[in-house]
Design a protein around this ligand. Structure first.
Ligand SMILES: Nc1nc2c(ncn2[C@@H]2O[C@H](COP(=O)(O)OP(=O)(O)OP(=O)(O)O)[C@@H](O)[C@H]2O)c(=O)[nH]1
Ligand SMILES: [Mg+2]
Length: 348
């Protein structure tokens, strides 16, 4: 967070009693009895940015949703799901944690991936604390070494979160802790399961304890910084990711062409109008054979994607939705600054 927003965390205590064992205080006259109103203790409020960092698929977005207590980010079992950093905001009486969910750290081969990595670097610069997520079920490799190299360049305290402990044997966790604590001076090391909620409360408490004393930056109602438009595009992309494999997850993007809020006659109550949202979206792929796969036999796959995305959008906005999906070929869009600007621009 910006330095100006940070406050001193320590304050000289007025009228603190002499420490036990300290020099005896000179005998004082008995003070006059005065009735003074006891000052209410100032509530402690801590605020700061916490970056969720790690290799793709380690569970950063799942953890963001668990911490915020609501679905803010899309999740999939395919790597490189998150492409643009988003905020998830948790406000309690203790303070406000602004989590930054980020793309996974990977070798960038396209302009898209370079932009993804730039989001990671800027989150590392902004944050007060970094949470490095690793997958307890994955072997340590070059990718993990690279992530630690990146973190060695920042001064921010780092928490190591060993995620997915729900799917590994208990005795595999200790050797992971041993290995990592020799590699990097982590502030905390916490085994968690973002999916099952194991130790998520412990993590939240430790984060609050480590954040600076500062007033909130967002109102209590705000839980994210993404626009409705971006959220709808992400929901559609999440449904696509559920059904496609191989290179398809990497070459698919969603662009919301239009959102029109309308009203239609309620046939049950003819004199009343009910809200209706009409959404027109383009699904970009890179080649015609990609387009055929996403559309599916007789349009069956895009229909299924549309049904699931529409339902989730209805649940979110609470009224009727028309969703019109068109699959379009945009050759090499991953290296087109124009298309990337268009997609990023949706975040608002
Ligand atoms: N068993 C188990 N699976 C998890 C856990 N956390 C996440 N997952 C799964 O791991 C996969 C990846 O989760 P994401 O939250 O999308 O991972 P991510 O780190 O955001 O991935 P990218 O955005 O691609 O970098 C999904 O299939 C999740 O359901 C966990 O604690 N336990
Ligand atoms: Mg993610």
């Amino acid at each position: 967070m910006p330095a100006a927003a940070k406050e001193k965390t320590t304050r000289a205590r007025k009228g603190a009693p002499a420490k036990a064992g300290g020099a005896a205080a000179p005998a004082a006259k008995a003070p006059k009895k005065t009735v003074r109103k006891k000052a209410a203790p100032k509530p402690v409020f801590r605020t700061g940015y916490v970056a969720l960092i790690g290799r793709p698929n380690t569970g950063k977005s799942t953890l963001l949703n668990a911490l915020v207590g609501q679905k803010v980010a899309i999740v999939s079992d395919k790597p490189q799901t998150t492409r643009i950093s988003i905020l998830g905001i948790k406000t309690t009486e203790k303070g406000q944690i602004i989590f930054i969910d980020n793309p996974g750290i990977h070798k960038p081969l396209h302009t898209l991936n370079k932009r993804m990595m730039n989001f990671v670097y800027s989150a590392l610069e902004t944050s007060d604390i970094v949470c490095l997520l690793i997958d307890a079920a994955e072997r340590f490799g070059h990718g993990d070494e690279y992530v630690l190299e990146v973190l060695r360049k920042v001064k921010t305290p780092v928490f190591l979160l060993i995620n997915k402990v729900d799917i590994v044997r208990k005795d595999t966790v200790l050797p992971i802790i041993e290995r990592y604590k020799d590699l990097f001076p982590f502030r905390e090391i916490i085994p968690i399961s973002a999916l099952k909620g194991i130790n998520v409360d412990v993590l939240e408490k430790l984060l609050f304890d480590a954040l600076p004393l500062a007033p909130k930056l967002y109102s209590d109602e705000e839980i994210s910084d993404q626009s409705e438009r971006f959220l709808f595009a992400e929901i559609i992309r999440e449904k696509i990711l559920k059904y496609v494999t191989e290179e398809l997850p990497f070459v698919t993007a969603v662009y919301i062409e239009a959102i029109e809020k309308k009203e239609e006659q309620d046939w049950k109550k003819p004199d009343e109008l009910r809200p209706l949202t009409y959404i027109r979206a383009s699904v970009f792929v890179e080649k015609d054979n990609h387009r055929k796969i996403v559309i599916g036999r007789h349009g069956s796959l895009i229909k299924q994607i549309g049904i699931e995305a529409r339902q989730e959008i209805v649940d979110y906005i609470g009224h009727k939705v028309y969703l019109d999906l068109q699959v379009r070929v945009r050759e090499n869009w991953r290296d087109s600054e124009d298309v990337l600007d268009l997609i990023e621009g949706q975040k608002g």
